[in-house]
Design a protein around this ligand. Structure first.
Ligand SMILES: Nc1ncnc2c1ncn2[C@@H]1O[C@H](COP(=O)(O)OP(=O)(O)OP(=O)(O)O)[C@@H](O)[C@H]1O
Length: 276
């Protein structure tokens, strides 16, 4: 990724569903995610949060507008290039987890590294480290149906992070978790943020969103407002958002080399999480 390029740029993105009536899931969203920035998305049910994540994660294509990732207009990429981009740059934590039901927690977490030509010993070592960091070292040999909802969520998170992706998209990453586990997950995000990862986290929980540098509030498929938060990590005062909501605290971060992770729904047998 070129150092000057934002990680993600959305330019007047629209996603329309033509049913009995027209649904504008995204209705002209323009947003920039500077490299290394930490952004939360909030908004009522149906406001377009998941659609926005899916469009950025190359799992869905906009009806209109441009999505630019790593300097590349996603619409101009072939399916193969898009899969590669998703594999190299993006770690996606889905609401539905999408774990492979026949694989153990360790195998699920280790799997994305197969696409990176990482040797078996290193794969397992890295996967064990991530499982340990999400508090599941003692569940490595369990299959998804032998884990609780919150544990499955943590396996999915470990898998999304295992290849150290440049961009992490997390849809309600702490929705099922107890307070202590949630705090651990949010600390892990903070660690990745400190290391230069670009984070985009959807949450209904204000205290989760407040760990970010700014909150993008969605309403009816539009950005209602962008709320800049005080970034205590760099000791600056409350940053004021630029016209595109760019937080000044993220300018000048080092380049972050991302790598492969979650392959998305098209290559997996989803293990559905509980409905929210
Ligand atoms: N495949 C689809 N076909 C038709 N309408 C859809 C489809 N997917 C989403 N929508 C509609 O688009 C709008 C935005 O949906 P989206 O899932 O992005 O909302 P959300 O903010 O993530 O909601 P929640 O917080 O409940 O998960 C909703 O009105 C939804 O009904």
């Amino acid at each position: 990724m070129a150092p000057s390029e934002p990680a993600v740029t959305l330019d007047d993105v629209r996603k329309t569903y033509q049913l009995a009536e027209t649904v504008h899931a995204l209705d002209g969203v323009s947003l920039t995610l500077p490299r290394g920035s930490y952004t939360a998305i909030m908004g009522p049910s149906g406001s377009g949060k998941s659609t926005l994540m899916n469009v950025i994660g190359c799992l869905d294509t906009p009806t209109e507008g441009r999505v630019v990732i790593d300097g590349a207009d996603v619409s101009t990429l072939s399916g193969r290039e898009r899969t590669r981009l998703r594999g190299i740059e993006i770690g996606f934590v889905f609401q539905t987890f999408n774990l492979m039901p026949r694989l153990t927690a360790l195998e699920n977490v280790a799997m994305p590294q197969l696409f990176q030509n990482v040797g078996r010993t290193d794969r397992n070592e890295r996967a064990r480290d991530l499982l340990d960091r999400v508090g599941l070292a003692d569940r490595a040999d369990h299959r998804p149906n032998e884990l609780s909802g919150g544990q499955r969520q943590r396996v999915a998170l470990a898998r999304a992070l295992v290849n150290d992706p440049a961009i992490v998209l997390a849809d309600e990453p702490s929705g099922n978790l107890d307070t202590e586990t949630e705090a651990g997950i949010l600390d892990l995000f903070a660690e990745f943020h400190d290391a230069g990862t670009t984070l985009l986290v959807v949450s209904h929980e204000r205290h989760v969103a407040e760990r970010a540098e700014r909150i993008v509030h969605l309403l009816d498929g539009k950005i209602e407002r962008i709320e800049a938060l005080n970034d205590a990590r760099n000791g600056s005062g409350p940053p004021s958002a630029g016209p595109d909501g760019t937080p000044p605290s993220t300018v000048g971060r080092d380049e972050h080399g991302g790598s492969a992770t979650d392959r998305g729904t098209d290559q997996e047998e989803p293990d559905r999480g509980p409905d929210r």
